[in-house]
Design a protein around this ligand. Structure first.
Ligand code: PLP
Length: 408
């Protein structure tokens, strides 16, 4: 069933250009030595949770660690600049950011979501939102028309991932923004899979970008954080209060780590992207692979949309092995460089089976509908040498005999 994609020698030409000045901004925005009395060139890691008041009745700009921290400010300023946005607020996790969005809504409000999304986000909306009396419904993540038809009188927010995790559906952000605007709804786009190096949803009309920073932004799988990025100043004060009240403020150390990760984001994304596409093409042509879901392949159903709004695809994508759960397990076990683990976006290649791990809590009928099956494998291609990664996959598919029971 693999599609016979036309090889395009210069696949970069299929996508938007990489964002100009990105790496310069990543290195300089918010990083000014003049912010610090010491003029330190590398931003300081300030762990203090309290600040001396100038007098017993005077409140200083920095007040208490749950609200303010100078190391956190450095990261927020840099991330806002990378999104060409006015405001960024960071959180103790991606889901911490999702919870703060719920703080903008009220009992009885309806959230309209794409049907393919990070399992934890769907679960937060249903469980936490549900217990606050909010309603959630899910429509086809790739179809703006379904979003239009799914709007109810009490709908307040449209929430969509693009590309989605794990099915890699792509939605036309410009079209969805039009739908949202016409109906006076807030459009939130989860940009975690692409990162702002490969996709800028605010420039296509989204109101808020949400991202887990635990993935590509930090990039080294050693911190958990999230962010909201937007231009509305009123929203900025509101969300900052909600973050403080919900207590989902990240630690200064994690902010320091992610700020450091941003310095190489552009370099890493290019490598993730080219390694990922090379592997997607290889798998797509392999007889033991049923189907590859990668927006950079011309056979991807929304490839045209992807190339209109992305500068390339990242290193995470999914595919279906011909066979059953046991075949997939044997395949995973015979790999050397792809570590079986959840999450994605780190330097090291990872592999997992969404059906039993990241998306285990998604109701079976929704899993069936979006295509999360027992033979689905999600791969996060790291920045290792591409020949080594290819050789590893070739061995697991052809050499070790682990997929021989079903494949022809
Ligand atoms: C990981 C992830 C999240 C949640 O982020 P955490 O930092 O793990 O809380 C949300 N959306 C997407 C698309 C993700 O991949």
């Amino acid at each position: 069933m693999s599609c016979s994609c036309q090889e395009n020698d210069n696949e970069k030409d299929n996508f938007l250009p990489f964002p100009a000045h990105f790496s310069t901004l990543a290195l300089h925005a918010g990083q000014e030595p003049e912010r610090w009395n010491s003029l330190c060139v590398t931003p300081a890691l300030v762990l203090s949770s309290i600040y001396k008041q100038l007098s017993p009745v005077e409140r200083t700009p920095y007040f208490y660690g749950r609200m303010d921290n100078p190391t956190r400010d450095v990261l927020e300023d840099c991330l806002a600049a990378l999104h060409n946005a006015k405001h960024c607020i960071v959180f103790s996790s991606g889901l911490g950011a999702v919870c703060c969005l719920l703080g903008l809504l009220q009992t009885g409000d309806h959230i309209l979501c794409g049907d393919d999304m990070y399992g934890g986000t769907a679960n937060t909306f249903s469980t936490v939102g549900g217990s606050f009396g909010m309603k959630v419904s899910f429509v086809d993540s790739a179809n703006p028309q379904e979003f239009l038809e799914g709007i109810k009188p009490n709908t307040k927010m449209i929430f969509a991932e693009t590309p989605t995790n794990p099915c890699m559906k792509v939605i036309d952000i410009r079209l969805l923004a039009k739908v949202a605007k016409r109906n006076k709804l807030m459009l939130v786009i989860d940009n975690t899979v692409a990162s702002c190096y490969l996709q800028q949803p605010l420039s296509f009309g989204a109101d808020i970008v949400i991202s887990s920073l635990s993935k590509y932004y930090n990039g080294h799988s050693d911190s958990v954080m999230g962010a909201l990025i937007f231009n509305n100043t009123e929203l900025n004060s509101k969300l900052r209060i909600i973050r403080s009240l919900l207590g989902s403020t990240p630690s200064p150390f994690d902010c320091y780590q992610v700020n450091r990760g941003l310095k190489t984001l552009g370099l890493r994304m290019k490598r993730h992207s080219s390694n990922g596409l090379a592997i997607a093409k290889y798998l797509n042509s392999h007889s033991k692979v049923e189907r590859v879901l990668h927006p950079g392949l011309p056979c991807h159903p929304q490839h045209e949309v992807a190339r209109r709004q992305m500068s390339g695809h990242s290193g995470v994508f999914s595919f279906y092995l011909k066979g059953f759960e046991d075949d997939c397990k044997r395949f995973l076990k015979s790999l050397r460089y792809f570590t079986p683990a959840v999450s994605f976006g780190g330097t090291v290649s990872l592999i997992n089976m969404p059906n039993t791990t990241t998306h285990a809590c998604v109701p079976p009928e929704r899993k069936r509908k979006v295509g999360i099956t027992e033979n689905m494998i999600r791969i996060s291609v790291g920045i290792e040498n591409i020949e080594d990664l290819m050789e590893d996959l070739k061995w697991a598919l052809d050499g070790c005999g682990c997929c021989s029971s079903t494949a022809q």
